[in-house]
Design a protein around this ligand. Structure first.
Ligand code: ATP
Ligand code: MG
Ligand code: MG
Ligand code: MG
Length: 562
């Protein structure tokens, strides 16, 4: 590509609102421009890097047996209502109405669309397993869009979804995807780590995030200094050091509370599996039913509530609203503070527990009369905390250290969360109706580009790894007005392209200083400068990463740059 005819608006100054390296450099080097908050144009160079990353992703997805398709970004609300997420996703979901006043969402993710598609088309076990993927623009009205492409409101994602007849089949594809993700990020040149992740509001079990190690990362990784153990801090086990108070615990009262619903009722009411409801508490606070889902062990008499993580509130006032489940995540329990995600409602749930409704949900019954001061004290609550640096690693090997990470990918065993809610079933060998088991797998494509920029730069600009560089070679004619220089550079431009290289050719009438500064800023791996010695057929080669330079005769150029 000839630079004189391209569109690479570089900037000398650091843009005022760009806080981190990748954001500053991608703007300055002319890869992106902001349109609205969290919304960007990818300029020609940026688009080329995205395409390189997408090619790597496609190759690895195809190799793992996934099939590409493309689904709509504009999605009817009905699908999201079916899964329940119309009500639970919150303000991050961009919603709009059409001219007939019908509700739509802009796809933040595609579980609903793909589940309805596969539900309608796949009826028999013979067509499973099936893994489909797309690369597409996603929309999320992030509370704090920032750091350029790292947290956009419109961004590019690769999302894959798998459908299975058995857990074993899901495990197999999950492992393949895990491998594929490792390959993708390795090929992008990234320093990354796969970590155990939090299933959050998604409702799955096994899940890993792929984290690019970087100080600007918004996630904290807890890892062992001697073993392979690594987890998102959100997921690292809570250290529970409950101690019984001096006064012995009395038998807690088990009563049938008047507002109690049966497991079946709760299950159908909330559209979540029965299994999930058994591990739940449902009680009434301020005329609202509060459902608290508890993950992990939770025994009341031994006071071993380990990890409380989700609370839902259901309005019983109007039948319309009863279906509106507001799901919140509670990072930790009680007065020691509630994670940022938690809304007022969850606070109430916590209060309700503190105020004495507690216990594993035995069908139709709750333990009541739990007295926090007697059965476990506030200071004991305070001992319930997330893992910290210096703690022993949960796998028993080594000591926990912390690092910051950028989440570039996420693989997830969904189970039947969506297939159950949306009735995605198939007929098994015996003609019986079964619910499909699902997995989902995402990569932030545009975020990956920023993560690479974050890891690969120096004081002069970007330093792209070859595999994702916008071009292989940056050819510069120092003075295009000089016939010898221009002719040699033109000739090399043709030849190098014929030899399969992608060449950016700086043929502009600019001062050499400007060209070299732009070249360093853009960060193409190898620069070939045609200057004073053009007459002898000698050019200068410079390796962007090391700064190493050498003069070579054009006849040796091919061997040298290989
Ligand atoms: P985060 O925790 O950073 O908000 P997420 O867990 O909400 O991300 P997922 O739902 O797991 O994101 O989506 C899959 C991938 O999409 C993420 O691993 C990430 O790489 C990318 N992604 C998510 N949100 C954004 C965003 N706002 N901008 C750019 N990429 C994003
Ligand atoms: Mg998010
Ligand atoms: Mg996340
Ligand atoms: Mg995620």
């Amino acid at each position: 590509m000839k630079q004189s005819m391209s569109f690479i608006p570089t900037l000398r100054e650091v843009p005022a609102d760009a806080e981190i390296k990748s954001h500053q450099l991608l703007l300055r080097a002319g890869f992106i421009r902001q349109n609205a908050s969290g919304v960007y144009s990818y300029l020609p160079l940026g688009q080329r890097v995205l395409q390189k990353i997408e090619t790597i992703i496609r190759e690895e997805m195809n190799r793992a047996g996934a099939i590409e398709l493309l689904m709509p970004a504009l999605q009817q609300a009905e699908l999201w209502q079916e899964s329940g997420r119309w009500y639970s996703y919150g303000p991050e979901l961009m919603r709009l109405k059409d001219r007939h006043d019908r509700d739509f969402a802009l796809g933040a993710t595609h579980e609903e669309v793909i589940t309805s598609l596969v539900r309608d088309e796949v009826k028999t076990y013979k067509r499973l397993p099936l893994t489909l993927y797309q690369i597409q623009t996603k929309f999320r009205d992030e509370k704090r869009p920032r750091f350029g492409l790292l947290r956009g409101r419109e961004f590019i994602m690769k999302d894959a979804y798998s459908f299975h007849t058995s857990q074993e089949s899901l495990d197999e594809v999950y492992n393949k995807m895990y491998e594929a993700y490792s390959n993708v990020f390795r090929r992008c040149g990234l320093n990354f780590r796969a970590v155990i992740a939090d299933s959050g509001a998604m409702g799955g079990k096994d899940t890993h995030e792929f984290m690019v190690l970087s100080d600007v990362g918004e996630d904290t990784i807890a890892y062992s200094d001697t073993s392979d153990y690594a987890a998102n801090i959100e997921m690292a086990p809570v250290i529970t050091t409950y101690e019984k108070s001096d006064e012995p615990l009395r038998e807690l009262e088990k009563v049938h509370t008047p507002e109690q619903k049966s497991i079946e009722e709760v299950s159908s009411f909330l559209n979540v599996s029965r299994e999930k409801c058994i591990k739940s508490l449902l009680f009434k606070v301020d005329e609202k039913y509060v459902l608290v889902l508890v993950r992990g062990d939770h025994e009341v008499n031994d006071v071993k509530v380990k990890n409380l993580f989700e609370a839902s509130v259901v309005e019983l006032a109007s039948p319309e609203e009863t279906k509106q489940i507001m799901q919140c995540s509670i990072g930790s329990l009680g007065p020691i503070g509630v994670s940022e995600k938690v809304e007022v409602v969850a606070d109430k749930a916590v209060q309700a527990i503190v105020n004495g409704v507690c216990g594993a949900n035995e069908e139709g019954y709750h333990y009541i009369g739990v007295n926090p001061e007697r059965d476990f004290t506030v200071s004991q609550y305070a001992d319930l905390r997330f893992i910290q640096e210096g703690d022993p690693s949960p796998d028993g090997q080594g000591t926990i250290r912390f690092a910051r990470g950028i989440e570039v990918g996420h693989v997830f065993k969904l189970g039947t969360r969506y297939s159950e809610a949306m009735n995605a079933t198939y007929l098994d060998e015996n003609g019986r109706t079964q619910t499909m088991i699902m997995g989902c797998y995402g990569i932030g494509v545009s975020r990956t580009m920023a993560a690479i920029a974050e890891q690969f730069s120096d004081e002069n600009g970007l330093v792209w790894p070859v595999a994702v560089a916008p071009f292989h070679l940056h050819l510069i004619s120092v003075n295009p007005k000089n016939d010898e220089q221009r002719h040699l550079a033109d000739e090399l431009y043709e030849k190098l392209q014929n030899n399969g290289y992608e060449v950016l050719y700086d043929d502009r009438q600019e001062r050499p200083g400007v060209k070299f500064a732009d070249s360093d800023l853009i960060g193409i791996p190898v620069r070939i400068t045609v200057g004073k010695r053009a007459g002898e057929g000698i050019v200068e080669i410079k390796v962007r990463q090391t700064g190493e330079t050498m003069e070579v005769h054009v006849s040796e150029l091919n061997e040298t740059i290989q």
